[in-house]
Design a protein around this ligand. Structure first.
Ligand code: ADP
Length: 333
């Protein structure tokens, strides 16, 4: 179903209406612990935004603020075109939230959970039944619908949780670590579901510890560290921020390895693994010149592999080695 991306903002302006979430100077402390130190975010409608960060970085805090569960200490915050400080009720009507602690009631069936949500949204009975059945079908839960939700697997519970969120037909969805603890198959299923939502024009605000997840899903990624956005951009842009691309040559013959190390002085050598590492952007042009050069020097490696930096490299380069939770006192000073 192609849908308009956002309700037109009452504050007016085409630019505003195409921004689903915007934050300028979002701040939050718990006591003397500064968690968010003036965060700026701008999420276009219909896109997937991923907030990445180590444990304790403040990801959940940001989601809780933007979904009206807690208030910020400062900042100009708008969600769905509505000012959080002025009209939190309108924000609530525009969004859906699924958290790490699911809203699913295990004692009742999946279907009953869905109908309860339909009641909460004041849907007429028949309409509620129709929406519940449709969503259960879409999330592959029809067969399990009459079973108590506590008998569901982790992946099924997450799907039910998201299905419940969609009863209200939100245009902006906050997904706080939607695949934490799921097995790879369930994770891929959830990714497919998220892509389907985006295809329907829904804006997704995702927090995750899985870099692969951000890489797979997100149009833009922000890395949160010690209360600040350490970097923001597409996965490709973030990867370009850090060096680390290289070509690795592996030898099995120690004599060939030794002759290569004396010839390729700028390479980083690993005497134990018999490998040499050459900086490279992985482009065809660079690879060809490396190969030509090896031929000219009469060096024959047993294996040549190209490594481009991945989001893990970015994450390690941009965030602290220690847990952010331990550091937040430092930040507060
Ligand atoms: P993340 O989601 O990135 O793991 P959180 O937003 O949950 O991080 O937490 C950020 C920091 O704020 C952590 O140091 C956490 O201990 C602290 N914190 C979170 N909620 C509270 C609270 N209600 N009271 C005090 N400190 C809190």
């Amino acid at each position: 179903m192609p849908s308009p991306v956002m309700p037109t903002s009452r504050q007016g302006g085409a630019a505003l209406s195409s921004v689903a979430v915007s934050a300028v100077g979002m701040r939050k402390s718990y006591g003397d612990k500064l968690v968010l130190d003036g965060i700026d975010l701008r999420i276009p409608a219909g896109s997937v935004f991923a907030l990445l960060g180590p444990n304790g970085a403040g990801k959940t805090t940001a989601v809780k603020i933007l979904s009206t569960l807690i208030t910020a200490d400062a900042g100009d915050l708008r969600v769905g075109g509505h000012d959080l400080a002025v009209d939190p009720q309108a924000v609530r009507a525009a969004i859906g939230v699924t958290g790490q602690f699911s809203a699913v009631d295990g004692l009742i069936t999946g279907e009953e959970n869905m109908l309860l949500m339909a009641d909460l949204h004041h849907l007429p009975r028949a309409e509620g039944r129709r929406v519940a059945a449709e969503l259960l079908e879409r999330f592959d839960l029809t067969e399990a619908a009459k079973k108590p939700a506590q008998s569901y697997s982790g992946g099924m519970k997450r799907r039910l949780d998201l299905a419940m969120t969609l009863v209200g037909n939100p245009r902006i969805i906050f997904l706080d670590e939607p695949t934490t603890g799921l097995d790879p198959r369930s994770r891929h299923t959830m990714w497919g579901i998220i892509r389907g939502l985006v295809a329907d024009g829904v804006t997704v605000f995702l927090t995750t510890q899985y870099l692969e997840e951000a890489d797979e899903l997100a149009d833009r990624i922000a890395v949160l560290n010690n209360g600040k956005i350490a970097a923001e951009g597409s996965a490709e842009e973030l990867k370009r921020l850090i060096p680390g691309g290289h070509v690795r040559l592996r030898f099995t013959d120690p004599a060939a390895y030794r002759s290569a190390t004396t010839t390729l002085r700028e390479a980083t050598a690993d005497d134990e693994a018999l490998t040499l590492q050459l900086p490279s952007d992985g482009s065809q042009r660079e690879l060809r010149s490396i190969l030509d050069w090896l031929d000219t020097a009469g060096i024959e490696a047993d294996e040549l592999t190209v490594h481009t930096p991945d989001l893990d490299d970015v994450f390690f380069a941009l965030t602290d080695k220690t847990d952010n939770a331990d550091q937040s006192k430092e930040t507060a000073r």
